[in-house]
Design a binder for this molecule. Structure first.
Ligand SMILES: O=C(CO)[C@H](O)[C@H](O)COP(=O)(O)O
Length: 224
């Protein structure tokens, strides 16, 4: 908890007045959003694009002015969490179900800052099942197509019902084992009919801020 707070708050040091920022989803991004709310109250002037309905509500409650993605050309900076981060800064995201909007916002942003605690750092992606957002119409067919790529896929449930995303789709959580070629797998997945988006974020991250149990925070820069 403390590690998540430290990293979430540290990321807000990169925000300057007049920026348009993206706000991620999840328990680590939560601390960044809360901190941005405090900064806004003391004079920071920013506008934010939320990556989920949950984040939109949290940000509005914190007094942050929200804008639609449609209203902006680009975002200056986005702060978001991740489920796994490998040594090349490839990510698995979507544990919280917001991967589609998160990927769109990440792609529209100049600087993507990922905030994680140390438990999220891995050598290879894949211990965490890869979330893939699929259409309701095709999910059984799309599941079979995804499994042909070498995984077992499970339809995500919430309170004994099918989990439904903010975009009215389903999520398949896919166990691929160790993912040796994240960018290649992401491309293959997105070519399958019925796949809306997958949770691999390859080559998008600029900074990873890691919070440690002992209170340390490290800022890691992507190699360009
Ligand atoms: O991708 C996400 C939501 O779709 C989250 O960023 C990811 O699940 C990490 O969440 P947390 O900070 O709660 O561990």
């Amino acid at each position: 908890m403390e590690a998540k707070r430290l990293t979430g708050e540290k990321a807000t040091e990169y925000i300057k007045s007049d920026m348009i920022i993206g706000l991620g989803t999840g328990s680590t991004a939560y601390y960044a959003i809360k901190k941005v709310g405090e900064l806004v109250k003391t004079g920071l002037k920013i506008k934010a694009v939320p990556t989920s309905k949950e984040t939109a509500q949290l940000a509005a409650e914190a007094g942050i002015e929200l804008v639609e993605l449609a209203e902006v050309d680009k975002l200056d900076l986005t702060i978001d969490g991740a489920d796994e981060v490998d040594q090349n800064f490839n990510l698995i995201k979507g544990g919280g179900g917001a991967l589609l909007r998160e990927k769109i916002v990440a792609s529209a942003t100049e600087k993507l800052i990922i905030v994680v605690d140390e438990s999220k750092l891995v050598d290879y992606l894949g211990d965490f099942d890869l979330p893939v957002e699929v259409t309701k119409f095709s999910w059984q067919y799309t599941k079979r197509m995804i499994e042909k790529l070498g995984c077992t896929a499970k339809l995500r449930q919430a309170n004994q019902n099918k989990y439904i995303t903010d975009n009215d789709n389903y999520i398949l959580d896919c166990d691929f084992g160790k993912i040796k070629d994240p960018a290649g797998l992401a491309l293959k997945l997105n070519q399958l009919p019925g796949v809306v988006e997958n949770g691999i974020f390859a080559g998008m991250t600029d900074l990873v801020i890691v919070g440690y149990k002992n209170g340390q925070v490290k800022v890691l820069k992507a190699q360009s």
